[in-house]
Design a protein around this ligand. Sequence first.
Ligand SMILES: Cc1cc2nc3c(=O)[nH]c(=O)nc-3n(C[C@H](O)[C@H](O)[C@H](O)COP(=O)(O)OP(=O)(O)OC[C@H]3O[C@@H](n4cnc5c(N)ncnc54)[C@H](O)[C@@H]3O)c2cc1C
Ligand SMILES: Cc1cc2nc3c(=O)[nH]c(=O)nc-3n(C[C@H](O)[C@H](O)[C@H](O)COP(=O)(O)O)c2cc1C
Length: 784
Amino acid sequence: MKTAIIGGGPAGLYLAILLKKQWPETDITVYERNRADDTFGFGVVFSDATLDNFEKYDLPSYQRITREFAYWDDIAIHFKGTEHRIGGNGFCGCSRRTLLLILRDRAEELGVTLRYEVDVDDESLFADADLVVIADGINSRFRERNAEHFQPEVDLRPNKFAWMGSTRPLDAFTFIFQDTEWGPFIAHAYQYEAGRSTWVFETDPETFERAGLGQKTEAESAALMEEIFGWFLQGHKVLTNRSIWRNFPMIRNKRWVLGNRVLLGDAKASAHFSIGSGTKLAMEDAIALYEALRKDRTVAGALALYETGRREEVEKTQHAADVSLVWFEHVARFWNFDPVQFAFGVMTRAKAITYDNLRLRAPDFVADVDRTFARQVRERGFDVPVDQPDVPMFQPFRLRDMTIENRVVVSPMDMYSARDGVPGDWHLVHYGARATGGAGLIFTEMTCVSPQARITLGCTGLWNDEQEAAWKRIVEFVHANSATKICLQLGHSGRKGATKLMWEGMDRPLEEGAWDICSASPIPYFPDSQVPREITRADMEKIKAQFVEAAQRGERAGFDMLELHCAHGYLMASFLSPLTNQRSDEYGGTIENRLRFPLEVFDAMREVWPAHKPMSVRISATDWAEGGVTADDSVAIARAFSEHGVDLVDVSTGQTVREARPIYGRMFQTPFSDQIRNEAHVATMCVGNITTADQVNTILAAGRADLVALARPHLVDPFFTMKAAAWYGAKNVHCPPQYLVGKDQIFRNSVRDRQDLEDLKIRGKPKTRAELKLEAAEKPLAAE
Ligand SMILES: Cc1cc2nc3c(=O)[nH]c(=O)nc-3n(C[C@H](O)[C@H](O)[C@H](O)COP(=O)(O)OP(=O)(O)OC[C@H]3O[C@@H](n4cnc5c(N)ncnc54)[C@H](O)[C@@H]3O)c2cc1C
Ligand SMILES: Cc1cc2nc3c(=O)[nH]c(=O)nc-3n(C[C@H](O)[C@H](O)[C@H](O)COP(=O)(O)O)c2cc1C
């Protein structure tokens, strides 16, 4: 098989090595436009896991690479005069030049034809090849030439960055967050060989502009970086090598294969430098393509296999890189954080590292995080211990006069089980169980303000005395048997009304017994849904009065808190989103206009709801759809509600329009809560695919939300909070006397179970290469 590879970067060379090693008879040519020893950039970084892969696939190059590498275990975070070090990370770096020379020599040794200084343009050069590999890097000419087919998507990120180097020795992957007169600068730095370190400098576009970097030469830029980071560089120089300031392009391609041509490495998908995975991704692509060719010896079959088999892994890495780069883009948001909390945020920004795994690796650091959190709670008037504090999840929180014992919330969940809007025995048992399970706060399902406001015939309501009495019974049970507080969520279904029960067809229109529905504009949810009537001023007044009456009933029923449901495409949400609100009156158009009706309803409720009791609003922080509500809009929405006296924003997303394309994943809505909390400066509750106490602690400790709600996990585990309390030894969690012996037992057992699991994890964890190297260096030399 004749193979042409365009591009002699890590991806192209490593593929050539793997193919030639397995099939020595194949004719493989690598075309590279640069000279053989000509390379840009400084160091590259690999994790231990990536090196394990290289060891498996080509031992000689692995051995040469690892001989040259600098190893480190720690991540060091410098911020406002503090340094936090977190160990156990297992990384190593080597010079990009050395890496390429090793790969070049190994390829040559195996008999690969390497043609340097050939800038491939003429396609006839590889017209007779059976396989053409497009590994020509981030600005790939051959990808662009076939852009219609590959459908590349280039997302040019706003921040500016430049790869530079230094002679400053470093013993950790080092992040420096530096204040300057122009704004914040960040350095991502690591050593890759003795006396050489890579320094990627990053800043936001406004700071870049203010610092005049656009007008500076490479040398002037380096001089400015030397000045800014001089205190750390300790007289070492900042070096340049084509160190041009650029914007990072996140590259994705819809298709990776065109006939016998295939995209590899940066040409196919890039990963932001903050997770250090560009070269890893490129070389692991080569491994994946090689594996596909081993499995299927036809080019077409193998390429199809490569594309389907590799895509998920690449997308996962890109997603982690996306989350990480966004964190760096918004670093100003966290600038006022306590340095310990800030450092915890840096470590946990991309989801892979969490509270619990940091606790194993860096117990002192996490103890510091816990103390910092507890100190902040104390500053809010709680008499909590600071020296031996409970974990963040079990720290109390206050909204107006309502205090909750811990930060776990049962998210609102419609049970679709009411009769004529009256909550029955099911509801008593459901809410009662979740309250006795220890959550700090539980929300009712969306409780509707009139028969027409119901989503389904099974929804609960609060428009008559019978419903009020039934809710009162539930609230009284919760108060009598737990320390849990209970919040009433009030809503109006709008254009999603008159639909079927969840298990009969979510949001699908009722075939029989439907009532007339209304919305901000007459746009049906599904094309075959009922077309809602555009609500009039008179309707608005009537509906507002219904919300007020329900709030008054809620107060009489004894609820501790009240939420106005403005999310998920129901009536209030239909006003907020420009996709569902196309009104031409003062209730449509600008965001101020779209907010008008929800705020009028909120104000009217706030007026009758006792001043000492808190109110929240639930919003969909994005529509996940073109032209819809964006995260930035949701900050404006949160600010507006906050100005009107909202105490907490309950941050959900989507479910507003059918064309939404949400990006799901663990804790996928948390970034929206983070943005709202830290930009609009209002307390938030986050929710969405949060399933473990570890995640709850991670979110809280990083300051990304004040409360964490879980919905589906609570459906199958009312005692989620009690179990987590036992796990972390948080003794203050309330338990009804009837269950105390169960609490005693689980607390006793959990201490042991946790110790066993942690020991197992520590013992089972292979030593990092840095640890092995240190051990080897410390061993006494064998006697001759
Ligand atoms: C300027 C720069 C500096 C960088 N510095 C670092 C760093 O210090 N550390 C780090 O970890 N990562 C760095 N990166 C990112 C990292 O290099 C990539 O993620 C990784 O190298 C991807 O490997 P690749 O083989 O897919 O692409 P590349 O390494 O980009 O290799 C592509 C190769 O194709 C060649 N080529 C392109 N077009 C043609 C053509 N028409 N004909 C022939 N040859 C062609 C190019 O010369 C290049 O050698 C840097 C990237 C750039 C652009
Ligand atoms: C069965 C069910 C019913 C729900 N009903 C409501 C509701 O009445 N009001 C509401 O605001 N959200 C409702 N939600 C959304 C949840 O509150 C929550 O935002 C969502 O399920 C994501 O959280 P999770 O990943 O923890 O399940 C419901 C979710 C489920 C699973």
